[in-house]
Design a protein around this ligand. Structure first.
Ligand code: ASP
Length: 483
């Protein structure tokens, strides 16, 4: 018999069907065994009675998280017995045939309850169990729906989904980069992208006009609040446009998405626009939380922050750094008015803030070589470094680069806020800890001497000494099946 999903049983009263899933809970009432069977789509009560000896005997062995296939008749429950807490509460199944597909050890925490109070280290180590819980499963389903909505929306607007390389060269977004040693080019490294910034701009030079990507971005940051070393952006770029076009596109997409997927949420449209200086003066922040009632889980307060400064004075190093990133177009009037005072220039860049969190940032880009060269010079990038790191961008700008710009909404943050989750780890399937460890896979981890040699890597003496002092293994095994 073909398996059906639990959510489908509601219309099957009187029929015999087959369902598969996990034992969510078991209750014995006198001689009768009640099982709550769980699959991704829902829960179903299954009853095993002693009159059906074979199935009953087997059902006696059932424990939480065993995986089973059950065939049986779907019965309408009498009105008094209806369980209005579950969608299938008007029916139940009489278990006739039971097959145990796999047994399970007792899980380290209860999966039929919200796992939010369980220690995070345990949840992350056993993430595949944590994800079986109702809240976590829903977060992942809603994440899928949000991403699918964005994809479909952008497709309807004529955008192309374009994949860009992960093994690449650095692109400045203000964070440290992850490096990957090249085996074939000893002493040389790839860098994981902090964002596909240069590729999306080069796609505009290539004439692709409207680009998007559900892009994984990598930033090797120290422990910093609610950040992840790898995170997902809905990366967008378009040609022949102005700021207003990005606002319209982003605003339209967010509004339609919320209306379609979260009809209970309330927000004000059009989104408020605040100049950076105004926001700093009024709220002391460039991420103001302008909600009327911060305790209302259904209130969404979006606001654009515009006209931010092109450059900032970095306090630590006393030098000029980019406000957004160096590919951002400075305000032309400011450039003409204060030619020698770049700290006074505003940029054509914008952030979209939601409930006090930065949701997206973006900018109109420089598409002319002379302006880009000048910005690098102001940032103190040497002639040689400009050539080595950004020569390809400057070259490309000389072959008919169209005016262009874009934005990159942070997918993890959007899902977390909409799902009322306190941090983005709750909406990422397999996240890392705040200090960048994957507790389930046990990464980062040592690799074998052989692998290090092939990658032309030698571990620094001080690391070796520290590891020895701690009695830690510096090298992994190289005899495994995967080598
Ligand atoms: N690349 C930028 C970022 O990651 C976004 C953009 O300018 O489109 O913040």
């Amino acid at each position: 018999m073909k398996r059906i999903e639990i959510r489908e049983v509601i219309n099957k009263a009187g029929e015999t069907v087959k369902v598969c899933g996990w034992i969510n809970a078991r209750r014995d009432h006198g001689k009768i065994i009640f099982i709550d069977l769980r699959d991704r789509s829902g829960l179903l009560q299954v009853v095993f009675e002693p009159s059906n000896a074979a199935a009953y005997e087997l059902a006696n062995n059932l424990r939480p998280e065993f995986v089973v296939a059950i065939e049986g008749k779907i019965n309408q429950r009498p009105a008094k017995m209806v369980n209005d807490k579950i969608p299938t509460g008007t029916v139940e199944m009489t278990g006739e045939k039971l097959e145990i597909l796999n047994t399970a050890k007792t899980p380290p925490f209860e999966l039929d309850k919200d796992t939010i109070k369980v220690g995070e280290e345990t949840r992350l180590k056993y993430r595949y169990l944590d994800l079986r819980s109702e809240r976590m499963k829903n977060n992942i389903i809603m994440r899928h729906k949000i991403i699918k909505f964005f994809r479909d929306y952008l497709d309807r607007q004529g955008f192309l989904e374009i994949e860009t390389p992960i093994l690449t060269k650095g692109t400045p977004e203000g964070a440290r980069e992850f490096m990957v040693p090249s085996r074939l080019w000893p002493g040389k490294f790839y860098v994981l992208p902090q964002s596909p910034q240069q590729f999306k701009q080069l796609s505009m030079v290539a004439g692709l006009e409207k680009y998007f990507q559900i892009a994984r971005c990598f930033r090797d940051e120290d422990q910093r609040g609610d950040r992840q070393a790898e995170f997902t952006q809905l990366d967008i770029e378009m040609s022949f446009m102005e700021q207003e076009d990005v606002f319209n596109l982003t605003e339209g997409m967010m509004i339609e998405m919320v209306k379609a997927l979260y009809p209970n949420k309330k927000f004000t449209e059009p989104f408020l626009r605040l100049k950076y200086a105004e926001s700093m003066e009024k709220y002391g922040s460039d991420k103001p939380d302008i909600r009327k009632d911060k305790n209302d889980p259904d209130e969404l307060a979006f606001c654009w922050i515009i006209d931010a400064p092109m450059f900032k004075q970095s306090e630590a190093e006393k030098k000029i750094v980019s406000g957004h990133h160096p590919f951002t177009m400075p305000n032309r009037e400011d450039m003409e008015k204060y030619p020698g005072e770049p700290l006074k220039w505003r940029a054509y860049c914008y952030d979209l803030v939601l409930n006090g969190s930065e949701l997206c940032s973006g900018s109109i880009r420089i598409h002319r070589r002379d302006i880009q060269q000048k910005i690098f010079e102001i940032l103190g990038v040497s002639e040689t470094e400009i050539k080595q790191r950004f020569g390809h961008m400057l070259d490309a700008f000389e072959y008919g680069a169209p005016p262009h710009g874009g934005i990159a909404p942070g997918v993890d943050r959007i899902v977390a806020i909409l799902q009322n989750e306190p941090n983005i780890r709750e909406v990422i399937v397999f996240p890392k800890t705040g200090d960048n460890r994957d507790l389930m896979m046990d990464a980062p981890n040592a690799v074998s001497k052989k692998a290090l040699k092939e990658a032309n890597i030698q571990i620094a003496d001080e690391v070796t000494t520290k590891a020895k002092a701690k009695g830690e293994n510096l090298y992994g095994e190289s005899t495994s099946v995967a080598d």
